[in-house]
Design a protein around this ligand. Structure first.
Ligand SMILES: [Zn+2]
Length: 467
């Protein structure tokens, strides 16, 4: 706010919440400046609002709010305030929020350039080289920062409290700059209703699911120990009734499939996927049959996850990508990472990338068993691929535009083009001396990493946990 007119201004530290009745799940503190005297300048251009851990950052939020939001926000922070003076009318400013001074990386639009973004009603209303701060009721200053479409992690496990290793979605989602998370098979037809009601619905992060083809999903230790757990009719019925959350099916080629009956599992999975009209994500590595046999059963649009694991990867014994993998990619099968505790090997990844293998998605497979390392979350996983030589645009594309093209989210995600939902992530590229660790404990020294600073879901800002 620079206009000098009397209005209340809330200077938001990273992590504030702005909507009535909602709580921020993130870190941060709340500060209010207000004055009762008309004609005062209640607001200042105050980049010192971000201190401490955020000192290095030029990111700050400021802006005026409606009375309702202000009171609710103050109450949420434990403050009780009376607001006797009139509010500015919304019509006086063009945008609800402007994000200024950042470097926009939006691979869907082929943009990697300084751009400002104007947001109205949770959607991107304008992307331009310059938008005046005065145009926004709230200003996000992202000087020196990278602004991307909200990241999409297509492989995580977030059925917290029910499926063994799952973790809370917001801890690995919005708090790390990841606005959309797909739970990859934690729930199946009989356990999905609880996932939808108690995990997906209340989360601040957009949470979708790949339904496990096994009815209990990953609520038991080997969900394919009995083929009777696969009920194609129940899968189709569950998908049809829940297309707002379920975007595909998940099948894990586990070593414990009875009788090595992996091809039968794939047959039933494909039957269900065709009936429901959704893509399949197949977890490779534990199949008894050759990988080529599994790939044969995939259709264009299906996804192979754990492509760069140490054993059972897409490389043959001499370290070359199997021709069948290239063929599958050629006909539209997507390759995904799914880092996880056992599925990213630096040597395999470096070899495969060196052979020009095209990745469709970089996902974390984050869960409680790896969130404290080696995975941490999607930003650290992306950092590993930057370190292995991928460009920033390609890495961001693998977590925004290409995932958005694989799954039908029912919304236009993965881009910040005008008209799209205003889901965005703000990062700093921090220089230093960092150790990156893969799933097998191999180490690499990196000179930079992507650190999440903030995210917005439909125009609403959240702060970030920085690893
Ligand atoms: Zn997984």
């Amino acid at each position: 706010m620079r206009d000098g007119r009397c209005s209340r201004t809330r200077e938001m530290r990273v992590g504030d919440s702005t909507k009535p009745g909602e709580r921020s799940t993130t870190i941060g503190s709340f500060r209010v400046r207000s004055s009762r005297r008309p004609g005062c300048t209640a607001a200042r251009d105050d980049t010192t609002a971000i201190r401490g851990a955020f000192r290095a950052s030029a990111l700050s939020f400021s802006g005026s709010t409606t009375r309702r939001q202000f009171v609710a926000g103050a109450a949420g922070a434990g403050l009780a305030l009376a607001l006797p003076f009139p509010l500015r009318s919304r019509q006086e400013r063009q945008f609800d929020t402007v994000v200024v001074d950042g470097r926009l990386v939006d691979p869907a639009e082929g943009i990697d350039a300084p751009r400002d973004i104007g947001i109205i009603d949770g959607r991107v209303a304008r992307v331009a080289e310059r938008i005046a701060e005065a145009e926004g009721r709230q200003v996000v200053r992202a000087h020196g920062m990278i602004v991307t479409p909200g990241l999409i992690d297509i492989h995580a496990h977030v059925y917290d409290g029910v499926s063994g290793v799952s973790i809370e979605p917001d801890v690995v989602g919005i708090a790390k700059g990841v606005t959309t998370v797909i739970d990859a098979g934690s729930s199946g037809a009989t356990t999905f209703p609880g996932f939808k009601a108690y995990v997906a619905a209340p989360a601040r992060t957009r949470v979708y699911a790949l339904l496990n083809v096994s009815s209990p999903g990953m609520t038991i230790s080997n969900e394919l120990a009995d083929l009777a757990y696969i009920d194609p009719d129940a899968i189709v019925a569950t998908v049809e009734a829940n297309r707002d959350v379920i975007v595909g099916l998940k099948v894990r080629m586990l070593a414990g499939i009875p009788g090595g009956n992996d091809i039968e599992v794939m047959r039933l999975t494909r039957l269900a996927a065709e009936g429901a009209g959704v893509p399949i994500m197949v977890h490779i590595g534990g199949q008894t049959s050759p990988l080529a046999r599994i790939l044969e059963m995939l259709r264009p649009g299906d996804v192979v996850t754990h492509a760069l694991r140490r054993s059972g990867s897409i490389l043959d014994d001499s370290g070359n990508v199997y021709p069948e993998v290239l063929e599958a990619v050629e006909r539209g099968v997507h390759l995904d990472i799914g880092h996880g505790r056992g599925n990213l090997d630096f040597d395999v990844a470096e070899r495969a990338l060196g052979q020009g293998i095209p990745l469709a998605a970089i996902s974390s497979d984050v869960h409680r068993g790896n969130a404290l390392g080696p995975v941490f979350g999607l930003p650290t996983t992306l950092t590993k691929f930057l370190h292995m030589g991928m460009s920033l645009e390609d890495v961001i594309g693998c977590a925004t535009s290409t995932p958005a093209g694989i799954f039908d989210f029912g919304e236009e995600l993965g881009t910040l083009r005008e008209g799209a939902i205003a889901d965005l992530s703000v990062f700093q590229m921090v220089e230093g001396d960092y150790e990156l660790v893969d799933s097998g404990g191999k180490r690499r020294r990196a000179a930079r990493r992507l650190v999440p600073y903030a995210a917005m879901r439909a125009g609403r800002p959240y702060g970030a946990i920085t690893r």
